[in-house]
Design a protein around this ligand. Structure first.
Ligand SMILES: [Fe+2]
Ligand SMILES: [Fe+2]
Length: 376
């Protein structure tokens, strides 16, 4: 029962519909999930799934260009996808990891049993990678009741010349944190403005007590960054697909940064996530803006200015022989470059391709900030 090219294109279209919905909804729910470990896995998995969508789109282009694939899902698949229409993050995770991913895995296994290894080797390679990643996802985040909803998701028909609209969750009030995290209006009072200004006035935390507070605050800032990028993607489903891939990559980077600080606190600094209060004033000031404003002020300003401070912090810490802490800043700095570029790339896109207009927008919005980057 080998597949012809049409069967293959239909199968890949069905996988794409499931994965696209997972990327969109996991990006929406990431900020609503309170548990740090689960939030971190969601960020990792949504990045995998975004890249999988890109590869499947590419395979569809190779198989059937020009064409209307992937079209829209069949009524049966649409009904399953509609069941994810919940504001309850726990319920969403149950369906995503208990039904959508297991249904996808089951269909990919059937596909792999019937793929022609020589004449359809590109599909074989793609499916092998897809299967491996989806299996890792449901192992890392088990729903406890994994089942395939369809006998074979890949065999469902697709509706060509139609598209499926994605639903957007209501706006966030603030991100969710573990129940043991104390959230206050002013955040950690230990964190002074001198830590966040650029130039001669900048203070690098070098003493144990100040490093504890600094990295704790930085871990929360990384989570906020991941959550902002995830919501950028979720709230703008009509942006080009590459925008969602860029946002997904940044979500994963920021999540990894939070994991790095979590480990650094436990291994080098003798403190832990939850030891100090956090606050959402800065998050809310950025989240209140439209997409262009968020890109200009977060990626184009906050992250752009953080590059200087990371480099400065690294230099000071290397001189003091604090190599392990200094290395963290070295990698944060490297990752920040593409994050700043995300602002340029997509801010320019929103302004009709005019990069100069984006730079002007950044200048204009920066005028409303104090020396630490807070809106005045
Ligand atoms: Fe970061
Ligand atoms: Fe960043």
């Amino acid at each position: 029962m080998a597949y012809d090219v049409d069967d293959n294109a239909i199968r890949f279209s069905n996988y794409l519909h499931v994965l696209r919905e997972l990327v969109h909804l996991s990006a929406g729910h990431l900020a609503l999930e309170p548990r740090f470990e689960v939030k971190a896995l969601l960020g990792d998995h949504l990045h995998d799934d975004a890249r999988a969508v890109s590869k499947i789109r590419r395979r569809l282009y190779e198989l059937r260009h020009p064409s209307d694939y992937p079209g829209a899902p069949s009524p049966e698949l649409a009904a399953l996808l509609d069941r994810t229409n919940t504001h309850d993050t726990h319920e969403y995770l149950e369906i995503a990891y208990g039904e959508l991913k297991p249904t996808l895995i089951h269909a990919i296994r059937i596909h792999l049993e019937n793929v022609e290894p020589l004449i359809d080797e590109p599909s074989l390679r793609l499916l092998t990678q897809l299967l491996h990643r989806q299996e890792r996802h449901i192992t890392e985040l088990p729903a406890g009741r994994e089942q395939s909803v369809f006998e074979d998701l890949g065999a469902l028909p697709v509706r060509l010349r139609e598209t499926r609209a994605l639903r957007v969750l209501p706006p966030l009030e603030h991100p969710a944190r573990d129940a043991f995290i104390e959230v206050t209006e002013q955040g950690d009072p230990y964190l002074t403005a001198a830590l966040y200004v650029n130039g001669d006035e900048n203070h690098v935390p070098t003493e144990p007590e100040e490093q504890k507070h600094f990295f704790h605050g930085l871990m929360d800032a990384e989570l906020c960054a991941a959550e902002l990028m995830a919501r950028n993607s979720h709230e703008h489903p009509d942006m080009p697909w590459d925008f969602h891939v860029d946002m997904a990559r940044q979500v994963w980077d920021e999540i990894r940064h939070a994991e790095i600080h979590d480990r650094l606190m436990a291994t080098e600094l003798a403190c832990h996530w939850g030891d100090y209060p956090i606050g959402f004033v800065y998050f809310k000031s950025i989240y209140a803006l439209d997409l262009l404003g968020r890109l200009a002020l977060f990626n184009g300003t906050s992250e752009q200015k953080a590059m200087w401070r990371h480099s400065h912090r690294r230099k000071v810490l290397v001189e003091l022989g604090q190599e392990n802490v200094a290395r963290v800043f070295d990698y944060l700095l490297a990752d920040e470059v593409p994050h700043v570029h995300n602002g340029v790339r997509w801010g320019t896109h929103l302004l009709g391709g005019d990069e100069h207009a984006y730079r002007e927008k950044v200048r204009e919005l920066r005028a409303g900030l104090d020396a630490t980057g807070m809106p005045v």
